[in-house]
Structures are given as C-alpha cells and as structure tokens.
Design a protein around this ligand. Structure first.
Ligand SMILES: [Zn+2]
Length: 186
C-alpha cells in the first residue's frame, strides 16, 4: 500500500495515535517507495502467517495474530478453539490476553495488532476494549469480518475508541491458507 494512504489513515485516527509531528500531514508526504512502516507490516504479518500455518497443522482454523510495541512482540497466538474447547480462543484474543499479561495492564497503548484475517465481532470488540490504536490485517472475511465486510466496529464514531486500520497486507497468502485448509477438510 502506498505510504500516502497509510499516512492519510493515520491523520484521520481519532484515537490520537501518531508517530509523526503535527506537521506530518498526508499532503507533506511524497508518495514513493514503501515506507519503513509498510515493510515492518509485511515482516510482522509474515510472523502471523507462520502462526496461522501452525494452527492448520493442529487442525485449527489457520488464523494467526501478533501484537507488537516498539519493535517487540508482546503477545501472539493462533486459533485454539478446538484445542482449548473454547469458542472465544480466536488468534486475536489469545494474543491480547498474552500482551496484557506481559504488560500488566489491560490497556494495550502504543501497540499494533497484526492478524491474517479480518477480525470478527468478538475480536473487534476485544480490540476496542483493549484500546489497541492500530490494527493491520491480511484478507477480508466476507462472512464474519466486522472491520470492513459486515460492519465497522473499529472505526465507529459512537464508540469510545477507534483504531487506525490497514488492510491487505499479505492478503493473498492469508486467504489462500484459509481456502486450502477448508478445501482439504471437505
Ligand atoms: Zn475473532
């Protein structure tokens, strides 16, 4: 995704999250080669994809998530609903619980959550509750996604927290992994 789009999203972020100075507005930024942020997004999403692949080998729906702050992983996980017999053990929730425990704080301030597939209603709700300022996801989930597909829980102005969202990072790999998983199980 071009840097200009990323910066446009950031400047609109009502959560107040910004890594730039106030003068760092979209119009000041030239479009050009991928930004450092964009390449970091790809490398963290690769890690989330590795977790998703690990889920598939356990017969779990292949979705992986990583929570990063200042270049450090605070929490990560993949779907464990079958392993744990827990319908809430989605990759995002697993990673959020781990990151909050690591920080000793329920607020995941300054964190970015990477997840291979668009979050569902439960996970989008957990993201809002944990005050995560930025979410990066891979592919859309037309049947359950509550960020862009079926609803927009992460940018709802009626809620007390909004996220900056970047979608489409390694989307093809993420959706293909899911597709092949369900294809093999049929
Ligand atoms: Zn979910």
């Amino acid at each position: 995704m071009p840097a200009i789009e990323l910066s446009a999203l950031r400047s609109d972020s009502p959560s107040g999250y910004s890594s730039g100075s106030p003068s760092d507005s979209p119009s000041d930024r030239p479009s050009g080669p991928p930004s450092d942020e964009a390449s970091a997004d790809v490398s963290w999403m690769s890690r989330a994809l590795d977790l998703a692949r690990a889920a598939a080998t356990r017969g779990e729906v292949p979705v992986g998530a990583v929570i990063v702050r200042a270049g450090q992983v605070l929490g990560e996980g993949h779907n464990r609903t079958i392993t744990d017999a827990d319908p809430t053990a989605h990759a995002e929730v697993v990673a959020i619980r781990q990151a909050a425990a690591e920080l000793g704080d329920w607020r995941l301030i300054d964190c970015t959550l990477y997840v291979t597939i668009e979050p569902c209603s439960m996970c989008a709700g957990a993201i809002v509750l944990s005050r995560i300022p930025r979410v990066v996801y891979g592919a859309r989930d037309p049947k359950a996604g509550m960020v862009d597909s079926l609803g927009n829980l992460l940018r709802d102005v009626r809620l007390n927290h909004r996220c900056e969202v970047t979608e489409g990072v390694l989307a093809t790999e993420s959706s293909e992994l899911l597709r092949s998983f369900f294809r093999e199980r049929r």
